[in-house]
Design a protein around this ligand. Sequence first.
Ligand SMILES: Nc1nc2c(c(=O)[nH]1)N[C@H]1C(S)=C(S)[C@@H](COP(=O)(O)OP(=O)(O)OC[C@H]3O[C@@H](n4cnc5c(=O)[nH]c(N)nc54)[C@H](O)[C@@H]3O)O[C@H]1N2
Ligand SMILES: Nc1nc2c(c(=O)[nH]1)N[C@H]1C(S)=C(S)[C@@H](COP(=O)(O)OP(=O)(O)OC[C@H]3O[C@@H](n4cnc5c(=O)[nH]c(N)nc54)[C@H](O)[C@@H]3O)O[C@H]1N2
Ligand code: SF4
Ligand SMILES: [Mo]
Length: 671
Amino acid sequence: MTEFRKTICPLDCPDSCGIVATVENGRIMHLQGDTEHPFTRGFLCRKMRHYTDRIYSDNRILYPQVRTGSKGSGEFKRVSWETAWDILVARLREIQTEHGSEALLPYSYAGNMGHINRWAGEAFFHRFGASRLKRTICSAAAGAAWQAHCGEKAGSDPETAADASLIIAWGINIKTTNVHFWPIVQQSHKRGGQLVVIDPYRNKTAKAADLYLPIQPGGDVALALGALKLILECRAENRAYIESQTSGFAEFSDNVADITWTDIETASGLSKDQITAFAELLKKNPRTFIRIGIGMTRNTGGAMSVRAILSLAAVLGLFDGTAGRGVLLSSRAFYGNSESLIHTRLAEKQTREVNMVQLGHALTLLKPAIHGLFVFTSNPLSVAPDSSIVRKGLAREDLFTVVHEQVMTPTARFADLLLPATTSFENSDVYTAYGHFQMGITQPVIPPIGEAISNFDLFQTLAKKMGYTDPPFLQSVDTRIHSFLRDLSGIDDAVDTSAIAAGTWISSIHRHAAHPKNRTRFYFVSRKTAPGTPAFACLMPLLEFSDPDLRSRYPLKLITPPAPHLLNSTFGESYAEETGQLLIHPQDASERKIVTGDRIRISNHRGESVREARVSIDTQPGLVVAEGIYWGNRASEYTGINDLTSQKTTDLGQGSTFHESLVEVAGMSQR
Ligand SMILES: Nc1nc2c(c(=O)[nH]1)N[C@H]1C(S)=C(S)[C@@H](COP(=O)(O)OP(=O)(O)OC[C@H]3O[C@@H](n4cnc5c(=O)[nH]c(N)nc54)[C@H](O)[C@@H]3O)O[C@H]1N2
Ligand SMILES: Nc1nc2c(c(=O)[nH]1)N[C@H]1C(S)=C(S)[C@@H](COP(=O)(O)OP(=O)(O)OC[C@H]3O[C@@H](n4cnc5c(=O)[nH]c(N)nc54)[C@H](O)[C@@H]3O)O[C@H]1N2
Ligand code: SF4
Ligand SMILES: [Mo]
C-alpha cells in the first residue's frame, strides 16, 4: 500500500521545508518537497532528497551499547535497554553523590530543530540540578546585536525581496545555506533587480552576483559605516523614518562623521571607490532588501558587524514595511522555547552556566570538575571549537559520557554508554523556521527503526527511572506539543491550536509590517549592551586577527563556512574518506610551493588538520577557506577543521568565533 505523509525537515537550516514522504508498507521510498508549502514550493535540497539513505543506513545506531575498547576507539557491545537504564541511573546517582549535581553537564544543540525534542532534556536537567549549558554556538551574537537595536521586531518577510530592485546578501551564501531564498532573488532579477554579495571569498552566490565586494573578514563595520558616511554627507538618509521611528540618531551620526577613510579602507579591505559605488546603489534603489547571514557574526567583532548593518538599514528606513524593502537576519516568526518546554521551575536553584563554545575548557580546567557529560542532538567533537582540547576532555577516564545518537559520530566513539536515537521521521514534533514565517507539527511517518527512541521518550523515561514524578514528566508528547502551542506567540488567536494537523502550514502574524511588535522603534544608541561594550556601532579591532604575535607566526586568516552537502557535521558519515578542501590564493600557494590536489597540513598554536589544496582566485591573498565540517579520518589523522578554531567569544552574546583563526599551511607531499 502506498501512502503520502507530510512532515518537516528537522535540519538546522533557515528554510524549514515541508516534505511529502512516499511510504510503502511502513518503509519510506521517496522524499519530495511539499508543493503546498509556501516557501518550499515543491523543492528539496540534495541533503534531504537522499535522507532515506541515512534513515536506513548501516551507520545507524540501532541498540544501546556500552564501551568495550579504550575511549574513542569506537568499540562497543550491545546491551538491552534494561541494562542501559540500570547503568545510566546508577552512574548519574553516583555522580550526584560523589561530586554534586552540577558535575553533570548536558550538551545538545540543533541536530533536530523540533522544539519538543530539541528541548526535551531541559526539565530533566533542571530537576537533577545539572550545570546549565549556555547555547551560544550559532546565533547568540546575531540575536544579541538585533535585540540591542531592534528589540522585539520580527525580521522582514523574505517574499518581500521579490519586489526589491536591490538585494544584498551580506555574509550569507544563499545558494548553499538558504537555497529557497534563491528563487526570490531570481524573481527580483527578472524584473531588473540587482544582487550584491559581500563576502571574504567568492562563494557560489558571489559568482552569481551583479556586484561582489571581497571584504576582509570582520570588515563589515567599516563598509557599513563608510557607506553610511557617504549617504549622510549627501543627505540621502530617510529623514521621515529617522525622526518618527528611531532614537539616538544625532549621537550616532556625529560619531560616524569622525571616522577616517584610512581606517575604513584598512578595516574593510575595500577602496573608497568601491564603497562609493555601493553607496550609490543604495541611494538609487529605495527598494533595497538586506539578507544578513548569521555566519558573518562568527568573529570577535561579529555582533558589531550586524549592529553597523542594522544602523545603515535604519538610516535608509528599510524597516518601514513598504514593498520591496526589508531586513532579514532571523525571521523571529514564532517565539518558542517557553516555560512549557524547559520547566525551569523544577530547578531548586540556579546552577552554574557553561558556555558550549568553551566545552574544551569545561572538560579540562573547570573547577569543580565535570564528571558526567550527556550528549544528544549534537556532535561536539566535530562542531565545537578547539577540538584537541575537547578530545583531551572526552578521553578522561574519570568522565562518564552518555551519547544519544543516530549514527556513530566522532563524539559517539568516545561514549561510555551509547543510546540509539530516532530520526525526525520516527517521532512527533513542532517546527518553526528562522528564514520564513511558517510553522507546522509532525506525526511519525514510520515506526522507530531498531530500538531507537526519541529525545522526548529518553528523558521522560529516565525521569521516571530516577523516581521523578513531577507533572512535566508525566506528559505525553501530544500534551507537551499542545501546551507549547498554546503559549506560542505568532499564531493568530482565531486558530484552534489543539486542532492543528500534521501537514497544515500556519503563517505567523508577526510577518505583517503593521504588527505592533514590528512598529517598535529602532535604537541607534542601544540601552541593552553589556557594560564595556559600545552603545552604538563603531570600528573595533578583532582579537585574533589583530594579534601581532600570532600574525607573525600564523600569517593566514582561516574562515570555515558550510559546504552544500553537509549540514554542520551531519552527513559526515557519507564523506568519511574525505578530508575536504582548503581554498588558497595562488600567491600564498606559490610562496609555499602548493598546487591544487596537494595534501596540506594546516596548523596553529591550537592544533593541526589535513586538507586537500584548491588553489584559486576565488579567495583573497592572505585568506584560506575551509568549507564543511568533515569528521576526520586516518588520512586527516582524526582531526577536523575545529582543531584550528578558538574558544574565544564574540563581542556580544558570548557566541562562537569560527571565522577568526590565524593559521599556517604547508604541503605534506606532492601528487
Ligand atoms: N548546506 C548547508 N546549509 C546550512 C548549514 C550547513 O552546514 N550546510 N548550516 C546551517 C546553519 S546551522 C547555519 S547557522 C546557517 C549559516 O549560514 P550563513 O548565515 O550563511 O553562515 P555561514 O555559511 O557560516 O557564512 C556565510 C558566509 O559568510 C561569510 N563570512 C565569513 N566571515 C565573514 C565576515 O566577516 N564578513 C562577511 N561579510 N562575510 C563573512 C562566509 O564566507 C560565508 O560565505 O546555515 C545553515 N544551512
Ligand atoms: N568550524 C565551524 N564549526 C561550526 C560551524 C561553522 O560554521 N564552522 N557552525 C556552527 C553552527 S552554526 C552550529 S549551529 C553548530 C551545530 O552543531 P550541532 O547542532 O551539533 O550540529 P550537527 O553537526 O548537525 O550535529 C547534530 C547531531 O545530532 C544528531 N541528531 C539529529 N537529530 C537527533 C535527535 O533527534 N536526537 C539525537 N539524540 N540526535 C540527533 C545528528 O545525527 C548529528 O550527529 O556547529 C557549529 N560549528
Ligand atoms: S536542509 Fe534546508 S533546504 Fe534542505 S530540505 Fe532541509 S530545510 Fe529544506
Ligand atoms: Mo547554526
